[in-house]
Structures are given as C-alpha cells and as structure tokens.
Design a protein around this ligand. Structure first.
Ligand SMILES: C[S@@+](CC[C@H](N)C(=O)[O-])C[C@H]1O[C@@H](n2cnc3c(N)ncnc32)[C@H](O)[C@@H]1O
Length: 243
C-alpha cells in the first residue's frame, strides 16, 4: 500500500510541537518576530527547521556561526535557544559569535527593534550589508556552522568564498535546496525516475531562472566534491553538508 500522508498537516504538527517548546521567557521575542514575518510575508524559517538548527547546535557545539541572509534574526533565535542553561551542564554555551548578514535596509530596523536578551546580543554580530563583503571586512575565519539562506543565484559563489574560512569539521546547512521541485531536473537522465513525472513536479520555470540555475550549479558542485551531503524534506528542502 502506498503511504500517502498529508505533508502539509504533518509539517504543521511538527511546527506546533516545536513552537510549544519555546521557553516562556523567550515567548515575547518570538511573538514579536512572528508578527513581523506575518505582517511582511517574510520567508523566515519555520519552527521545525528552527528546532532542527537548535538541535544541531546542541549536538555540534559550534563556537562560530555564519549566516548568509538573516532577515531580522529569526534563525539566530533558534541557535541561541541552544544556549539556554536547561540544556547545558554548566550553564555556559559553546556559541561565542554568530555572524548575521542582511542586505535589505528595511529589515535592519526590525532587528534593532527586537527585545534581544543582553546575553544573546553579546554573541550576535549583525552585519548590515552584503554577506560576501562581511566575510572580508570582519575577517571571518574558523567557522563551525554555516546557514545558507540568502540569494539562491549566488549559493555557489558564496559557498566557494566561505569554504576556506571553515574549521575542518564544520557543517553547512542550506535552505530551499528543492526550490519548488526544480532540483528534480537533475534526475532527468536517471533511469530510476520517470521523466514525465519529474516534469510535472517542476513548478517554477523561467520566472526565477537565476535561482533555478544557482541551485542547479551549487548542487552539481557539491555532488562532484568530497562533501558528504544529505537531504531533509522540510518544506522547500534542506541540505546538510559535512566533510
Ligand atoms: C529567506 S530570507 C532569510 C531568512 C532568515 N534566515 C530567517 O530565518 O529569518 C533571505 C534573506 O537574505 C537576504 N540576502 C540576499 N542576498 C544577500 C546578501 N548577498 N547578503 C546578505 N543578505 C542577503 C535577503 O534580503 C533576505 O532577507
């Protein structure tokens, strides 16, 4: 029997599960972020991916995190939840610095207006400008965890730029890797798949061509590299990379 679940319902279930586990003391900050994303239709990460980032931070214990495309800091909220004393034996956290980058001026004000706890704010460096420039200007190095969520057309360029700034056991998390089904184009000559079925699944065509091309070239680079990659089917797909 074919297993045919309602993915939408299951996603909503896992989002709710994670949302309900946000500690009371951080609810005000979370609610303010939610009001911004709802009001702006801003594509901030959802609770299930957020909770996954938190989980990775607990597991990996990164010292330095770099983010390509941060909006007003919604993903940072989840890394920082991992620093909560209830999760750490000695109430200190591994995270020393989180480099956030955001190119859109409109979002800077939102970040500035949020009630970040002091101990969290000390760990955040919010760069108001281009992530590529931030790497040079801030002399970024020894990064343990990277989250890529900026312009899809520039994923490969960004990855090549950050690659030399990583610690040797760094992990990379890449959002929107499915890009509304377009990743399936890469299967067109794979005999295990039916081409018609694949083409039906591909939703975005010329309209977002640079993004489609960007994801495609990034995917090709990774699959031909020594990076170990695994896909998580959260909404628009998350790719995890480890060497
Ligand atoms: C999907 S949103 C990020 C969401 C964010 N990670 C969160 O969870 O709230 C992508 C953001 O990347 C920003 N962006 C795109 N290219 C950028 C660049 N070169 N440098 C910095 N930010 C960039 C966009 O302005 C946009 O706000």
């Amino acid at each position: 029997m074919k297993y045919n679940p309602s993915w939408d319902l299951l996603h909503r279930f896992s989002e709710t599960h994670s949302r309900e586990r946000i500690p009371e003391k951080h609810k005000e900050l979370y609610d303010k972020m939610k009001t911004i994303s709802d009001g702006e239709y801003f594509p901030a990460i959802k609770e299930d991916l957020g909770a996954f980032l938190k989980f990775l931070c607990l597991l990996k214990k990164p010292k330095k995190i770099f983010e390509f495309g941060s909006g007003y800091g919604q993903s940072a909220f989840w890394y920082l939840l991992a620093t909560d004393s209830s999760h750490t034996a000695d109430s200190t956290s591994s995270i020393e610095k989180i480099y956030l980058t955001e190119i859109k001026e409109r979002l800077w004000e939102y970040y500035d207006s949020l009630p970040w706890p002091d101990e969290w704010q000390k760990k955040i460096y919010y760069y108001k400008g281009d992530a590529f420039k931030a790497i040079d200007v801030l002399k970024v190095e020894e990064i343990d965890l990277v989250f890529m969520d900026g312009q899809k057309a520039r994923y490969l360029d960004f990855f090549k730029k950050i690659e030399s700034k990583l610690n040797k056991d760094a992990i990379i998390i890449v959002d929107n890797i499915f890009w509304k089904g377009n990743i399936l184009k890469n299967l067109n000559n794979n005999s295990s798949f039916n081409n018609e079925e694949i083409n039906e699944e591909i939703k975005i065509k010329e309209m977002s061509y640079p993004s489609v091309k960007g994801i495609e070239s990034f995917y090709n680079y990774i699959t031909n590299s020594s990076w170990y990659s695994i896909f998580f089917p959260y909404y628009d797909g998350v790719l995890l990379l480890y060497k």
